[in-house]
Design a binder for this molecule. Structure first.
Ligand SMILES: O=C(O)CCC(=O)C(=O)O
Length: 301
Protein backbone atom coordinates (compact mmCIF):
# COMPACT_ATOMS: atom_id res chain seq x y z
CA UNK A 1 0.00 0.00 0.00
CA UNK A 2 1.33 3.47 -0.81
CA UNK A 3 2.51 5.43 2.22
CA UNK A 4 -0.19 7.62 3.69
CA UNK A 5 0.54 10.39 6.16
CA UNK A 6 -1.10 10.02 9.55
CA UNK A 7 -1.69 13.13 11.67
CA UNK A 8 0.56 13.14 14.77
CA UNK A 9 -2.42 12.66 17.04
CA UNK A 10 -3.90 9.44 18.42
CA UNK A 11 -6.58 8.00 16.21
CA UNK A 12 -8.87 4.96 16.38
CA UNK A 13 -9.14 3.16 13.04
CA UNK A 14 -12.14 0.90 12.55
CA UNK A 15 -12.99 -1.65 9.89
CA UNK A 16 -9.44 -2.38 8.66
CA UNK A 17 -8.64 -5.80 7.21
CA UNK A 18 -6.62 -7.48 9.98
CA UNK A 19 -6.66 -10.98 8.50
CA UNK A 20 -8.26 -14.14 9.85
CA UNK A 21 -7.09 -13.51 13.46
CA UNK A 22 -10.29 -11.61 14.29
CA UNK A 23 -12.40 -14.74 13.84
CA UNK A 24 -9.81 -17.44 14.60
CA UNK A 25 -8.15 -16.32 17.82
CA UNK A 26 -10.33 -18.03 20.40
CA UNK A 27 -8.86 -19.33 23.65
CA UNK A 28 -9.01 -22.90 22.27
CA UNK A 29 -7.33 -22.03 18.97
CA UNK A 30 -4.57 -19.94 20.58
CA UNK A 31 -3.82 -22.65 23.17
CA UNK A 32 -3.69 -25.36 20.51
CA UNK A 33 -1.87 -23.56 17.72
CA UNK A 34 0.28 -21.28 19.90
CA UNK A 35 1.82 -24.33 21.58
CA UNK A 36 3.79 -24.79 24.78
CA UNK A 37 6.69 -22.42 24.23
CA UNK A 38 7.75 -20.89 27.60
CA UNK A 39 6.86 -17.19 27.86
CA UNK A 40 7.75 -14.58 30.46
CA UNK A 41 4.63 -12.99 31.92
CA UNK A 42 3.69 -10.34 34.45
CA UNK A 43 1.56 -11.59 37.34
CA UNK A 44 -0.39 -9.19 39.53
CA UNK A 45 -2.57 -9.48 42.59
CA UNK A 46 -3.91 -5.96 42.04
CA UNK A 47 -4.76 -4.15 38.81
CA UNK A 48 -1.26 -2.70 38.40
CA UNK A 49 1.36 -5.29 37.60
CA UNK A 50 4.26 -6.65 39.56
CA UNK A 51 6.01 -10.07 39.46
CA UNK A 52 7.60 -11.67 36.40
CA UNK A 53 7.02 -15.43 36.03
CA UNK A 54 7.25 -18.06 33.32
CA UNK A 55 4.44 -20.22 31.89
CA UNK A 56 3.95 -22.29 28.72
CA UNK A 57 2.07 -20.13 26.19
CA UNK A 58 -1.04 -22.36 26.13
CA UNK A 59 -1.30 -22.25 29.96
CA UNK A 60 -0.91 -18.47 29.94
CA UNK A 61 -3.81 -18.12 27.48
CA UNK A 62 -6.04 -20.39 29.55
CA UNK A 63 -5.20 -18.74 32.86
CA UNK A 64 -5.64 -15.21 31.52
CA UNK A 65 -9.07 -16.15 30.15
CA UNK A 66 -10.44 -18.08 33.16
CA UNK A 67 -12.60 -16.41 35.81
CA UNK A 68 -11.13 -18.20 38.82
CA UNK A 69 -7.82 -20.01 39.03
CA UNK A 70 -7.02 -23.43 40.40
CA UNK A 71 -3.31 -22.73 40.23
CA UNK A 72 -1.60 -19.58 41.47
CA UNK A 73 1.75 -17.88 41.60
CA UNK A 74 1.16 -15.35 44.36
CA UNK A 75 -1.79 -16.64 46.35
CA UNK A 76 0.49 -18.16 49.01
CA UNK A 77 2.01 -14.77 49.66
CA UNK A 78 -1.32 -13.10 50.27
CA UNK A 79 -3.41 -16.06 51.43
CA UNK A 80 -3.04 -15.44 55.15
CA UNK A 81 -3.14 -11.67 54.98
CA UNK A 82 -5.61 -10.58 52.29
CA UNK A 83 -7.97 -13.38 51.43
CA UNK A 84 -9.74 -11.50 48.64
CA UNK A 85 -6.59 -11.62 46.48
CA UNK A 86 -6.88 -15.36 46.27
CA UNK A 87 -8.97 -15.52 43.09
CA UNK A 88 -7.82 -12.25 41.69
CA UNK A 89 -4.46 -13.08 40.15
CA UNK A 90 -4.06 -11.34 36.78
CA UNK A 91 -1.75 -12.18 33.91
CA UNK A 92 -0.13 -10.18 31.17
CA UNK A 93 2.03 -11.23 28.26
CA UNK A 94 4.17 -8.72 26.42
CA UNK A 95 6.07 -10.97 24.03
CA UNK A 96 9.83 -10.61 23.71
CA UNK A 97 12.46 -11.39 21.10
CA UNK A 98 14.34 -14.72 21.23
CA UNK A 99 17.11 -13.08 23.28
CA UNK A 100 15.46 -9.91 24.62
CA UNK A 101 18.84 -8.22 25.13
CA UNK A 102 19.59 -8.50 21.41
CA UNK A 103 16.41 -9.35 19.51
CA UNK A 104 13.19 -7.42 19.04
CA UNK A 105 9.80 -9.12 19.35
CA UNK A 106 8.16 -10.21 16.11
CA UNK A 107 5.05 -12.36 16.42
CA UNK A 108 5.78 -13.85 12.97
CA UNK A 109 9.08 -15.24 14.28
CA UNK A 110 8.24 -16.21 17.85
CA UNK A 111 4.76 -17.56 17.01
CA UNK A 112 5.00 -18.51 13.30
CA UNK A 113 1.82 -20.61 13.41
CA UNK A 114 -0.18 -17.56 14.56
CA UNK A 115 1.77 -14.78 12.86
CA UNK A 116 0.25 -15.65 9.47
CA UNK A 117 -3.26 -14.99 10.80
CA UNK A 118 -2.70 -11.26 11.27
CA UNK A 119 -2.33 -8.55 8.63
CA UNK A 120 -0.62 -5.39 9.82
CA UNK A 121 -2.07 -2.07 8.64
CA UNK A 122 0.75 -0.84 6.37
CA UNK A 123 0.53 2.91 6.77
CA UNK A 124 4.35 2.89 6.87
CA UNK A 125 7.07 1.52 4.61
CA UNK A 126 8.27 -2.07 5.15
CA UNK A 127 11.80 -0.87 6.01
CA UNK A 128 10.40 1.28 8.84
CA UNK A 129 9.02 -1.80 10.63
CA UNK A 130 10.60 -2.32 14.06
CA UNK A 131 8.69 -4.95 16.03
CA UNK A 132 5.36 -6.69 16.54
CA UNK A 133 4.46 -7.53 20.11
CA UNK A 134 1.90 -10.09 21.25
CA UNK A 135 -0.18 -8.74 24.18
CA UNK A 136 -2.50 -10.97 26.16
CA UNK A 137 -4.20 -9.79 29.32
CA UNK A 138 -6.60 -10.86 32.03
CA UNK A 139 -9.73 -8.77 32.60
CA UNK A 140 -9.12 -5.91 35.01
CA UNK A 141 -5.41 -5.63 34.35
CA UNK A 142 -3.98 -2.14 34.15
CA UNK A 143 -0.78 -1.23 32.36
CA UNK A 144 1.02 1.81 33.83
CA UNK A 145 1.17 5.11 31.95
CA UNK A 146 4.24 5.21 29.74
CA UNK A 147 5.55 6.49 26.43
CA UNK A 148 7.38 4.71 23.63
CA UNK A 149 9.76 6.37 21.20
CA UNK A 150 8.35 4.77 18.04
CA UNK A 151 5.03 5.17 16.29
CA UNK A 152 2.65 2.39 17.17
CA UNK A 153 -0.47 0.63 15.95
CA UNK A 154 -2.18 -1.13 18.84
CA UNK A 155 -4.31 -3.80 17.19
CA UNK A 156 -7.08 -5.10 19.43
CA UNK A 157 -7.87 -8.53 18.02
CA UNK A 158 -10.30 -9.75 20.71
CA UNK A 159 -11.63 -8.22 23.93
CA UNK A 160 -12.12 -4.64 24.98
CA UNK A 161 -9.76 -2.05 26.46
CA UNK A 162 -10.01 1.45 27.88
CA UNK A 163 -7.07 3.57 26.87
CA UNK A 164 -6.21 6.89 28.46
CA UNK A 165 -3.73 9.04 26.57
CA UNK A 166 -1.80 12.12 27.63
CA UNK A 167 -0.21 14.73 25.40
CA UNK A 168 3.64 14.66 25.38
CA UNK A 169 3.55 18.39 26.17
CA UNK A 170 1.99 17.54 29.56
CA UNK A 171 4.89 15.29 30.61
CA UNK A 172 5.71 17.78 33.38
CA UNK A 173 2.50 16.81 35.22
CA UNK A 174 2.99 13.06 35.03
CA UNK A 175 5.78 12.51 37.60
CA UNK A 176 7.99 10.50 35.29
CA UNK A 177 10.52 7.94 36.30
CA UNK A 178 12.23 7.01 33.03
CA UNK A 179 9.51 6.33 30.48
CA UNK A 180 6.83 5.57 33.13
CA UNK A 181 4.57 7.76 35.22
CA UNK A 182 4.73 7.20 38.98
CA UNK A 183 0.98 7.88 39.20
CA UNK A 184 -0.43 4.36 39.11
CA UNK A 185 -4.02 5.09 40.04
CA UNK A 186 -4.91 7.61 37.34
CA UNK A 187 -8.63 7.61 38.19
CA UNK A 188 -8.15 8.48 41.83
CA UNK A 189 -4.60 9.81 42.20
CA UNK A 190 -3.00 10.66 45.54
CA UNK A 191 -3.14 14.45 45.21
CA UNK A 192 -0.91 15.08 48.23
CA UNK A 193 1.83 13.20 46.43
CA UNK A 194 0.95 14.20 42.86
CA UNK A 195 -0.71 17.66 43.07
CA UNK A 196 0.01 18.60 39.44
CA UNK A 197 -1.43 15.43 37.93
CA UNK A 198 -4.95 16.85 37.30
CA UNK A 199 -3.37 19.46 34.99
CA UNK A 200 -2.45 16.74 32.47
CA UNK A 201 -5.03 16.70 29.67
CA UNK A 202 -6.63 13.25 29.30
CA UNK A 203 -7.92 11.68 26.12
CA UNK A 204 -9.89 8.46 26.44
CA UNK A 205 -11.08 5.83 24.02
CA UNK A 206 -12.45 2.32 24.16
CA UNK A 207 -10.92 -0.20 21.81
CA UNK A 208 -13.28 -2.97 20.72
CA UNK A 209 -12.28 -6.17 18.96
CA UNK A 210 -11.09 -5.30 15.44
CA UNK A 211 -10.14 -1.69 16.28
CA UNK A 212 -6.67 -0.27 15.83
CA UNK A 213 -5.32 2.66 17.84
CA UNK A 214 -2.58 4.80 16.34
CA UNK A 215 -0.34 5.98 19.19
CA UNK A 216 2.21 8.48 17.91
CA UNK A 217 5.69 8.29 19.48
CA UNK A 218 5.92 10.10 22.86
CA UNK A 219 2.15 10.06 23.54
CA UNK A 220 1.61 8.59 27.01
CA UNK A 221 -0.85 5.74 27.29
CA UNK A 222 -2.44 3.81 30.14
CA UNK A 223 -4.35 0.65 29.31
CA UNK A 224 -7.09 -1.10 31.27
CA UNK A 225 -8.32 -4.44 29.91
CA UNK A 226 -12.05 -4.55 30.50
CA UNK A 227 -12.22 -8.14 29.21
CA UNK A 228 -9.78 -10.95 28.52
CA UNK A 229 -8.05 -9.57 25.46
CA UNK A 230 -5.59 -10.50 22.77
CA UNK A 231 -3.79 -7.86 20.80
CA UNK A 232 -0.67 -7.19 18.80
CA UNK A 233 1.07 -3.90 18.55
CA UNK A 234 3.35 -2.86 15.74
CA UNK A 235 6.11 -0.34 16.31
CA UNK A 236 7.76 1.42 13.41
CA UNK A 237 10.46 4.01 12.97
CA UNK A 238 8.99 7.39 12.24
CA UNK A 239 12.45 9.06 12.29
CA UNK A 240 15.42 8.08 10.10
CA UNK A 241 16.93 4.82 11.40
CA UNK A 242 20.17 6.38 12.67
CA UNK A 243 18.23 8.52 15.19
CA UNK A 244 17.37 5.46 17.31
CA UNK A 245 19.50 3.70 19.90
CA UNK A 246 20.75 0.49 18.28
CA UNK A 247 20.64 -1.36 21.63
CA UNK A 248 16.89 -0.71 21.99
CA UNK A 249 14.87 -3.92 21.67
CA UNK A 250 11.66 -2.57 23.30
CA UNK A 251 11.15 0.65 21.36
CA UNK A 252 11.39 2.72 24.52
CA UNK A 253 14.98 3.98 24.69
CA UNK A 254 15.24 7.68 23.99
CA UNK A 255 16.62 8.71 20.59
CA UNK A 256 20.41 9.08 20.55
CA UNK A 257 20.35 12.88 20.33
CA UNK A 258 17.89 13.14 23.26
CA UNK A 259 20.10 10.96 25.50
CA UNK A 260 23.18 12.99 24.51
CA UNK A 261 21.39 16.27 25.26
CA UNK A 262 20.34 14.98 28.70
CA UNK A 263 23.93 13.94 29.48
CA UNK A 264 25.16 17.40 28.47
CA UNK A 265 22.47 18.99 30.66
CA UNK A 266 23.63 16.86 33.62
CA UNK A 267 27.18 18.12 33.03
CA UNK A 268 25.91 21.73 32.84
CA UNK A 269 24.07 21.27 36.15
CA UNK A 270 27.24 19.93 37.77
CA UNK A 271 29.14 22.93 36.44
CA UNK A 272 26.49 25.37 37.72
CA UNK A 273 26.80 23.72 41.15
CA UNK A 274 30.35 25.15 41.33
CA UNK A 275 28.80 28.64 41.67
CA UNK A 276 27.40 30.22 44.85
CA UNK A 277 23.58 30.02 45.03
CA UNK A 278 22.89 33.61 43.96
CA UNK A 279 24.94 33.18 40.75
CA UNK A 280 23.71 29.67 40.08
CA UNK A 281 20.12 30.89 40.28
CA UNK A 282 20.86 33.82 37.94
CA UNK A 283 22.54 31.75 35.21
CA UNK A 284 20.17 28.78 35.56
CA UNK A 285 17.13 31.02 34.94
CA UNK A 286 18.74 32.40 31.79
CA UNK A 287 19.51 28.91 30.57
CA UNK A 288 15.87 27.87 31.08
CA UNK A 289 14.72 30.87 29.03
CA UNK A 290 17.18 29.95 26.29
CA UNK A 291 15.91 26.38 26.18
CA UNK A 292 12.32 27.64 26.00
CA UNK A 293 13.17 30.10 23.25
CA UNK A 294 15.37 27.83 21.14
CA UNK A 295 14.00 24.34 21.71
CA UNK A 296 10.28 24.51 22.54
CA UNK A 297 7.95 23.92 19.66
CA UNK A 298 6.55 27.21 18.35
CA UNK A 299 3.02 25.84 18.65
CA UNK A 300 3.41 24.64 22.28
CA UNK A 301 0.30 25.11 24.32
O1 LIG B 1 -2.60 -3.02 25.00
C1 LIG B 1 -1.69 -3.28 25.76
O2 LIG B 1 -1.68 -4.31 26.42
C2 LIG B 1 -0.53 -2.34 25.91
C3 LIG B 1 -0.27 -1.54 24.70
C4 LIG B 1 0.98 -0.73 24.78
O3 LIG B 1 1.48 -0.37 25.80
C5 LIG B 1 1.61 -0.34 23.54
O4 LIG B 1 1.08 -0.68 22.48
O5 LIG B 1 2.67 0.32 23.60
Amino acid sequence: MAEQRLPRKPLVLEGLDLGSCTSKWTVEYLSQVGGTKEVKIHVAAVAQMDFIKTLPFNKLVQRAAEQTHKEFFISEIFEHQIKTFLYDEKYYLRSLGEDPRKDVADIRQQFPALGGDITFPMFFREEQFFSSVFRISSPGLQLWTHYDVMDNFLIQVTGKKRITLFNPQDAQYLYLSGSKSEVLNIDSPDLDKYPLFPKARRYECTLEAGDVLFIPALWFHNVVSEEFGVGVNVFWKHLPSECYDTTDTYGNKDPVAASRAVQILDRALKTLAELPEEYRDFYARQMVLRIQDKAYSKNSE
